[in-house]
Ligand binder design. Structure first.
Ligand code: ADP
Ligand code: MG
Length: 332
């Protein structure tokens, strides 16, 4: 019986293909995945037209590559690297896009009392998580005064960036992926896609629903990549997760990972992961890094005062905590 149905299906399919031009073609999902910005970039769209979908997905990937070339600290010719190499000696001409992201980062630094600070890299660049290398205490105390977002001077007339002192380095790793995802989502919206998603590592924007169902985004277990601590049904939102398991090494039972407390130059260790929900991915990305540094109490206090933003925190014991608007989830 099954064989008969399959055969019938093949006949119908070949008939459908042969006479496709007379029949309406059904809409379907199209997706693309690429490694960009040191992470996995993924985009999916629901479309009636394959060519439209493929063009949009290619444009999303091109946009991600463009932003990487502008903001990567690993590319010597990126604008960000040119700033790091020269801005302590002279003002460096910079694109409006990068200036605006630096200005937005500075506003986030004000909001978080310096927990988010792109000059963390003044010490952050001395860690090599793959090689298991970290700065010693003397290096940290010598470099610590260079961490302060107020050292980054933006001149909007001249369109330049300068550093107020030597030893300052910046890195947009805590917000650039969110920015890239927002730009990609804007491309998809402008082409009229109403059901789509785009993500770069732990930062995603979700457009519409998944055709009658919500999208689901998992919050992984901090110690087991194959286990989910929570699964969130979501529509029309941005979501970002920061965890201490992305880039790290363990030494003598202490985890050295990629989110630094700007006050100490050491990894922030109060919690294991933070997921932020909000209107756009630049906001959720920046806030996930911020709340990771702030820790459970101060982090949730900040989120609870921001309308339209929610958070899920996994503490050091693996317990989940929710911001006020989500707290009904915790009692289910
Ligand atoms: P991921 O990059 O794993 O998605 P996050 O969004 O939390 O996770 O960003 C972590 C990155 O943020 C680090 O790799 C680093 O580039 C940057 N970063 C680390 N500490 C800070 C900080 N205190 N303020 C701003 N950016 C930071
Ligand atoms: Mg972030």
């Amino acid at each position: 019986m099954t064989g008969l149905l399959q055969a019938l299906g093949r006949v119908l399919l070949s008939w459908g293909l042969a006479s496709c031009c007379a029949l309406p073609v059904a809409a379907q999902w199209y997706e693309a995945t690429q490694p960009i910005m040191g992470t996995r970039v993924h985009a999916e769209v629901w479309s009636l037209d394959e060519a439209d979908a493929r063009r949009a997905l290619a444009d999303v990937m091109a946009e991600m590559h463009r932003i990487n070339a502008l903001m990567s600290p690993y590319i010597d010719t990126s604008e960000l690297s040119l700033i790091n190499a020269n801005a302590a000696r002279m003002p460096v001409s910079t694109s409006r896009e990068l200036m605006e992201l630096l200005a937005r980062s500075a506003r986030l630094s004000e909001l978080t009392d310096g927990a988010f600070d792109v000059t963390f890299a003044s010490i952050g660049r001395r860690y090599d998580y793959r090689a298991g290398a970290k700065p010693d205490e003397d290096e940290i105390s010598a470099a610590l005064p260079a961490i302060d977002y107020r050292h980054v001077l933006l001149d909007w007339q001249a369109m330049t960036v300068a550093f107020a002192r030597a030893g300052v380095s910046i890195d947009l790793g805590g917000i650039a992926k969110g920015h890239a995802v927002d730009r990609a989502a804007a491309i998809l919206r402008s082409r009229g896609f109403e059901h789509a998603s785009v993500s770069a590592g732990g930062d995603s924007v979700i457009i519409g629903d998944r055709m009658g169902q919500p999208w689901t985004v998992g919050v992984r277990h901090p110690d087991d990549a194959d286990r989910m601590s929570a699964i969130l049904p979501l529509e029309d939102t941005a979501v970002s997760t920061s965890g201490d398991y992305e880039r790290y090494f363990d030494e003598n039972g202490v985890r050295y990972h990629h989110i630094l407390d700007p006050d100490t130059g050491d990894s922030a260790r109060a919690i294991r992961s933070v997921t932020i929900l909000g209107p756009d991915s630049t906001t959720t990305d920046g806030l996930s890094t911020s709340v990771f540094v702030l820790g459970l109490e101060d982090g949730l206090a900040l989120i609870n005062q921001l309308p339209g933003i929610d958070a899920i925190v996994i503490d050091g014991d693996g317990n989940l905590h929710y911001s006020d608007d989500l707290s009904s989830l915790g009692s289910q």
